[in-house]
Design a protein around this ligand. Structure first.
Ligand code: LMR
Length: 394
């Protein structure tokens, strides 16, 4: 049977990881996959995670199965972290999932089950795994303009014009903060307009929030998600703990389904648990338990928030340094958008040929659509990147 398999398209982010590793050059800069790196290029285990893990090793009495939805304490802690009382807790169904991708996948399966005709609208561009999973599941899909190639900000007029084509019951996938891959985000007033459109079209928002705490702070980054949830009847939210807890390989995420009223939670929760059972049975527990321990132990939580804030401010500083260096080299303000973007990524908005030239000439690895992981930079590599950007004619 295996001879009938076909080569599958390579994921461009993961292909870049392999290409970077295979490059024998000493001087190379990895701005690819969305993994945080400190100034020495390491991805450390966060202090609070180490301490929570030590507590678990000491105190955990069993590794017997949890429930299909995972540990309810994890759901409570995550719903509080993301939604912070913006909606009544008894309107939210939730299941733990293997990472944020698992939450996206389970959310899409739930959509397919509940509304097989619904189209899922994606920002153009978006994280490549969104269209890839949607296509794999055979769900109808459409896209809306998002990135303004001129300003490198959001093409809000284009976005709203395209979303005018949304039909009742369609799903609009939105990035809660730190848009991946562009780094360009909506303002509060623009979010309000999007919420008004969602209501007028009777659409369902599906929010992917994978970088809470990396943009403007833990509460500020969740503000849009809270505003949307507080303003609509139904909503899906996929939240990842990979980045803000730095537990990438533990596969820790959660799918939340905000229901019209508390009476619909049992059915929604049951369907989500059923989908977990079909796909992987019980969700991974270790990362979820670490997150719960951190969020519910005041001392650990304070330390986690402090370290996350250091990470966030470090990335903002790198953004500022890069924009300044480009200003110095070009004598212009045209790269200031790099300081305005938020989160781990910025999109340069250049051609794939320019991206290739920077890789070939200077060993700089960014995704082909010119997405750079800002956390891959440090004081030494910023001038290298800035020079390469100028030499490539960006
Ligand atoms: C990214 O966008 O680089 C990350 O979300 C990692 C991934 O899974 O693609």
């Amino acid at each position: 049977m295996f001879e009938h398999l076909k080569d599958q398209p390579a994921d461009k982010i993961l292909a870049l990881v392999a290409a970077y590793r295979a490059d024998p050059r000493e001087a190379k800069v990895d701005l690819g996959v969305g993994v945080y790196k400190d100034a020495s290029g390491n991805t450390p285990v966060m202090r609070a995670v180490k301490r929570a893990e030590a507590m678990l090793v000491e105190q955990q009495a069993t590794k017997a199965y949890t429930g299909l939805a995972g540990d309810p304490a994890f759901s409570d802690a995550m719903i509080d972290l993301v939604l912070a009382g913006s909606v009544p807790r008894d309107r939210v169904a939730a299941v733990a999932t293997p990472g944020g991708t698992g939450a996206i996948r389970q959310g899409l399966e739930l959509i397919k089950m509940a509304a097989p005709q619904a189209r899922v609208w994606l920002s153009n561009p978006t994280w490549p795994n969104h269209p890839s999973i949607i296509k794999y599941l055979g769900i109808p899909m459409a896209d809306y303009r998002y990135f303004d190639a001129e300003t490198r900000g959001v093409d809000f007029a284009g976005m709203m014009a395209d979303l005018d084509g949304v039909a009742p019951g369609d799903v609009i996938l939105l990035h809660g903060c730190c848009h991946n891959p562009t780094g360009a985000n909506l303002t509060e007033a623009q979010w309000q307009e999007v919420i008004a459109l969602i209501k007028a079209k009777r659409a369902i928002p599906f929010i992917d929030i994978a970088y809470q705490g990396f943009g403007d702070g833990l509460a500020a980054d969740a503000a849009a998600t809270r505003m949307v949830a507080g303003g609509v009847d139904e909503c899906l939210i996929a939240a990842s703990c990979s980045k803000n807890f730095g537990i990438y390989r533990e596969r820790t995420g959660i799918l939340m389904g905000l229901c019209r009223d508390a009476g619909q939670v049992k059915l929604t929760q049951g369907s989500m648990a059923y989908l977990n059972r079909q796909n992987f049975s019980f969700p991974p527990d270790h990362g979820a338990r670490v997150v719960t321990t951190i969020l519910t132990t005041p001392e650990l939580r304070a330390d986690w928030e402090a370290e996350l804030e250091e990470v966030r401010l470090g990335m903002l500083d790198l953004r500022g340094q890069l924009a300044d260096e480009l200003k110095r080299l070009t004598n212009s303000d045209r790269f200031n958008y790099l300081a305005d973007h938020r989160g781990m990524f910025s999109r340069l908005g250049t051609t794939p040929e320019m991206v290739e030239k920077m890789r070939a000439d200077s060993g700089i690895y960014m995704v082909g659509d010119s997405r750079m992981n800002i956390a891959g930079l440090n004081a030494e590599t910023i001038p290298v990147l800035a020079r390469a950007i100028v030499e490539a004619g960006v």
